[in-house]
Every structure is written in structure tokens, then in C-alpha cells.
Design a protein around this ligand. Structure first.
Ligand SMILES: [Zn+2]
Length: 83
């Protein structure tokens, strides 16, 4: 009790299971979101954006988030090699 955290070990919440994990141990993931009013006229407003969400390690493993990132990095490397 009593000792204040100095903010360097920020705690984030896993969006899947709601567990609180230190940011260094959490997997960040850009979640693409799209909002739309679904009106088929000029008033239709759509918005596409990204929200950064965090997963705890077990959830990240379960969803293969880390592997996704690895694959993306590999693809990028391959592209760079070809060019
Ligand atoms: Zn989780």
C-alpha cells in the first residue's frame, strides 16, 4: 500500500477477457472500424478508422495476433527483395 506507480508500467485492458496487463506484456493490435449510416443517398456518412486495442498474451496466442504480424513483416521483406 501507499507506493504510487509512476506511469512507466502502464496497465492496459485486454479487449477479449478484460484482464489488466502491463503494456509491455500486452499485444497491441490495430483494429479497423467502419461506421456507416447505411443510407443510400448523399446523407450517407461513412467513416473508416483504426482503433488500437490490446490483447493479453494468452488471447493474442489464441487469436494468432503475433503470427499475423510476423507474416506481414515477412511479406514486406519479400516485396523489398523483389524490388
Ligand atoms: Zn485476454
Amino acid at each position: 500500500m501507499g507506493k504510487r506507480r509512476r506511469g512507466r508500467d502502464r496497465v492496459v485492458t485486454c479487449v477479449n477477457c478484460g484482464r489488466s496487463v502491463p503494456r509491455s506484456k500486452a499485444m497491441s493490435y490495430m483494429k479497423r472500424t467502419r461506421y456507416s449510416t447505411d443510407l443510400r443517398n448523399e446523407e450517407n456518412v461513412s467513416y473508416v478508422g483504426g482503433v488500437e486495442v490490446y490483447y493479453c498474451i494468452s488471447c493474442a496466442k489464441h487469436y494468432g495476433i503475433g503470427e499475423k504480424k510476423k507474416k506481414m513483416a515477412q511479406r514486406r521483406r519479400e516485396r523489398e527483395y523483389r524490388v
